[in-house]
Design a protein around this ligand. Structure first.
Ligand code: ASP
Ligand code: MG
Length: 404
């Protein structure tokens, strides 16, 4: 059976006009003899609105009721899609997670799909029906409705593609695909044709806007190819697939940049086992996400300097936590908001020597100062002054030939 999973995001079903438009996409696949399974998100803005209502009712809203509430937007979108397909003469109906059922494990608000029962949907598509499945939701073993975290209808689509062994999983969205860098920051940004799961995950700061990061992890584990493309413009999008499927002459696939980062430095920290842990334990307890970390070698064996980055919105909290931390000694606390992390990402760097040098030289040529460096197998990140962001993106995009 030639099965295709088509997932539509909130903006793709954001109005009646748009819903009418995307049903034409669905019908097109049907006409090409695909068995089509549709997964839909809620109409744009609806989930946010429901969350707002939950807060207004109670600042301590029961979590299973929260999931029952915020998952309801998908029901509206799905029945409207099915209704339009019926109107056009196609057999179609909406399916909520409990009707299939789609089982999840984990906590409310943040569950993961672990099993999808297939019989009913199989029967329905064999009879020629087009099932419109509500994304973002599942049920747990207590038969309560669960949700998969914000943007979770991507994970629904990927797991449905896995369980039904779909030939393709297409994520229809409001952008044309994944770009070499944020097109809003650099107009030379180019659409990427193929990208590996690993690169896509590393490009979270770009990728997250396109797809929910945990869903890419699901796709990677289950080897599901994903195509991201526009609901509104008929152009090929970006294919996210495994590394061995990619023949690529590019060393770097994309460049990401953060915004609103801050740098914190503890000068003259007593250098003994356990200090780093004592610094970061209270931060993690307070859910402060620490990103880049560097510790200098201590010249005298007694003291060292430690620098790390956080989101600027966490800066005041971080200062307070460090100053109140009785378990650490240091001479001075320095901080700087307005720094940006620029990362070049590409599996090609594993086999190509000299990439680090090229990046540093390109930045040096533009007199951009590097404050902190960190690397992984497929990523090199530098911390720079925020005001140099555009300059750095431009020069690196050029250096690694991303514009052609
Ligand atoms: N409607 C849900 C949300 O806004 C799920 C999704 O859009 O994927 O988070
Ligand atoms: Mg989304």
């Amino acid at each position: 059976m030639k099965i295709v999973v088509l997932k539509f995001g909130g903006t793709s079903v954001g109005s009646i006009k748009k819903i009418k438009k995307i049903t034409d996409i669905i019908i097109n696949y049907k006409k090409r003899n695909f068995k089509v399974i549709v997964v839909s998100s809620a109409m744009s803005g609806v989930t946010n609105d429901l969350i707002k209502k939950s807060i207004e009712i109670s600042d301590n809203f029961n979590e299973s009721e929260y999931d029952a509430l915020v998952s309801s937007g998908e029901q509206v979108a799905c029945s409207l899609i099915a209704g339009r397909l019926n109107h056009k003469g196609y057999k179609s109906r909406s399916w909520m997670a409990w009707q299939i059922p789609i089982f999840t494990s984990g906590f409310h608000k943040n569950s993961r799909i672990n099993h999808i029962y297939k019989q009913k949907i199989y029967k329905y598509i064999k009879e020629g029906g087009i099932p419109i499945i509500a994304g973002f939701q599942g049920i747990n073993n207590k038969e309560r409705i669960t949700t998969l975290g914000r943007g979770g209808s991507d994970a629904s689509a990927i797991m449905i593609a896995k369980f039904f062994k779909a030939q393709r999983c297409i994520i229809y969205t409001d952008v044309e695909g994944v770009y070499t860098t944020d097109p809003n920051k650099l107009n030379k940004a180019k659409k990427i044709k193929v990208i590996s799961y690993e690169e896509m995950l590393e490009m979270a700061s770009l990728g997250a806007k396109v797809m929910q990061p945990v869903s890419i992890q699901d796709a990677r584990l289950n080897r599901i190819d994903i195509e991201v493309r526009s609901s509104f413009i008929k152009k090929s999008g970006t294919l996210i697939t495994k590394r061995s499927n990619i023949i690529n002459n590019k060393i770097i696939t994309g460049i990401s940049s953060t915004h609103n980062d801050s740098k914190v430095t503890l000068v003259g920290v007593k250098d003994k086992p356990g200090v780093a842990a004592s610094i970061f334990k209270p931060l993690s307890k307070n859910l402060i996400n620490v990103d880049m970390v560097v510790q200098n070698i201590s010249p005298n064996g007694k003291e060292t300097d430690l620098t790390f980055t956080i989101k600027t919105e966490d800066l005041n909290k971080t200062k307070k936590i460090i100053r109140n931390n009785k378990n650490i000694n240091f001479r001075r606390l320095l901080f700087e908001s307005g720094v940006t992390k620029i990362s070049i990402i590409g599996v090609g760097m594993i086999t190509t020597p000299g990439v680090t040098f090229r990046m540093f030289q390109a930045l040096a040529n533009k007199k951009i100062n590097i404050q902190v460096i960190s690397t992984s197998e497929i990523k090199i990140s530098v911390l720079i002054n925020k005001k140099d962001t555009k300059k750095a993106l431009t020069i690196l995009h050029k250096e690694f030939k991303l514009e052609n």
